[in-house]
Write a protein that binds this ligand. Sequence first.
Ligand SMILES: [Zn+2]
Ligand SMILES: [Zn+2]
Length: 331
Amino acid sequence: MMDNKGYIMSLSSFFLILPAFLLVMFLVDVSANEAHLQETTLNSHDVVGVATDLETNLPLIGREVLRNKSLEVVCSGIPLSNSRKDVKEEFQNRMNNYCSKYADKGMLVECIILDVDNSYDPFCVEVKSIINVEKGTLKHNVNLTQNISLTNGSFPIYDPLPFVKCRGHGGATIKGERIFYGSSLANYLQSRGIKNYGAYENATSPLSIKKCPYDPYIMHGNTNELINLKNCIDNGFYHESNDGACFLCRLEGKGICSHYGMEIFIIPAATVSSCLNNSSTAPSSVDHVIFNDTGNGTYSGHPILYFTDGNQYFNLYLDDSHRQKYGMPIF
Ligand SMILES: [Zn+2]
Ligand SMILES: [Zn+2]
């Protein structure tokens, strides 16, 4: 009897605690779901964070690739046969390496370099890429078109063209921030049968690509003493140019190309007398004129004195269309 009653009691108490039991089960389930939800949110933060990290680092890694490719050409004097393809392949290798570090974190991270080509801005190179990031069932992908700056960054990028052109003629050398040609540029011009090649004996030109701030360019000729032109030359600034070669074609050793590009002044050595008279001529001191070996592209210019300290006389040779571009008196 007692046993029976006890059984009934425990059965009713079972029914009494059942709701509480169900409630606990429900709560456990809810918190498990919440934990799952939190994990999903954390993972999607990870996934988006990795994509953002790649997006930030792509132009920096791309700049290193451009610098390395340029240094290869500067050191060897041997041009790249297809700069866009070569840069793209090297860039892809670097990105594969960069992405592999995420494998330890259980993520599948991939960056495909689709294209390396000219930007609308000649001081940039354009890169198109796709970023894929996967973690578990989460997938995130981004299509990117980015500009790699040739001028803004923690290190300079060198102009490889003079080293290609002067290879086999004695070679150009680097001193500080400038390229010294010695006899190589005069030899190069002589080998092409260009008149008055001697004007470029011991000429110099800038080494790193820097954008000229004297814009509009007619400011170069603004003052009588041509102080802006002198500052531009002393700083080794580059200018935008329809005729000048773009950076990617410079890597291929081309002095001119069909793309919107850049031009610089190549500076003849100073003379000790002012004996240059207005009737003397020499190849115009613009790199796409001097390095245009595709036909009769090297035309001459008349001297323009931009500085003297009384002992030395600093001249450029400039044709009329470049005089006009830089705001200097037409011959
Ligand atoms: Zn300038
Ligand atoms: Zn080009």
